[in-house]
Design a protein around this ligand. Structure first.
Ligand code: MD3
Ligand code: FE
Length: 215
């Protein structure tokens, strides 16, 4: 069932069932072999993100000391990004309501101690398109606020199989990942390991995005 957490911010709890998660994880393992995860340097400081990243699709989101951008090649290997897994494309078709396919699928890999600070996603020209997030592996505490940094925030847990759609008035809200919930005996949250992933008890999040305006 779909829950609207805020205008334009829609959570589909358990959208991917177990078999779908395993199929997606297997396809992602092949993506990671073709496009190894790396920790991008942050603009200005060059300090690496705690989250490891890679991409699939025609364009990938990258960061370096000069800034953020989308580009067609892996910054470390120079290879083109692998194709977006079919199951992720199916989820986009079912959930985005957008009349063109996604161009980018950013793959974020969180070890137990990785975090993502509160930020906005605004490196895409197609801000009319939603961003679709799919979660695998360990659960996480997701925080979201408003259009202005300093607006009040709320937190929810994201679990394996959850789909989150950020569109319309939610497209530019501030959001981040406060913490990864490790497996039991941590009573705060459950998780399931992602087979074949670099961090066996980590979390993986895919964000599907339209970058350029379709013509
Ligand atoms: C709300 N990723 O890749 S997914 C990101 O779990 C990012 O890895 C987080 O923030 C993660 O940029 C959060 C949920 C999410 C993704 C994109 C959004 C929420 C969003 C874009 C606009 C508003
Ligand atoms: Fe984001």
């Amino acid at each position: 069932a779909a829950v609207e957490l805020a205008p334009g911010l829609i959570l589909q709890r358990g959208y991917l069932d177990g078999p779908a998660r395993w199929r997606l994880a297997a396809d992602l393992a092949a993506c990671l072999a073709a496009a190894p995860p790396y920790r991008p340097p942050m603009p200005r400081t060059g300090r690496p993100f705690s989250v490891a990243m890679t991409n699939c699709g025609a364009l990938g989101w990258v960061s370096d000391i000069t800034g953020y951008r989308y580009q067609a090649h892996h910054p470390e290997t120079g290879a083109p990004w692998p194709a977006i897994p079919p199951l992720a494309l199916e989820a986009w078709d079912a959930l985005s309501g957008y009349p063109a396919p996604p161009e980018a699928c950013l793959v974020n890999l969180y070890a137990a101690d990785a975090r993502m600070g509160l930020h906005q996603d605004r490196d895409e020209a197609a801000l009319d398109a939603p961003v679709l997030s799919l979660s695998l592996g360990a659960s996480a505490v997701f925080r979201y606020g408003g259009l202005t940094r300093g607006d009040p925030t709320r937190s929810i847990q994201l679990h394996a199989g959850d789909a989150l759609i950020m569109g319309g008035p939610a497209r530019l809200i501030h959001h981040g990942i406060d913490r990864i919930l490790t497996r039991p005996p941590d009573l705060l949250g459950g998780s399931e390991p992602v087979p074949g992933f670099p961090t066996p008890d980590g979390r993986c999040n895919l964000t599907l995005r339209r970058v350029t305006q379709p013509r």
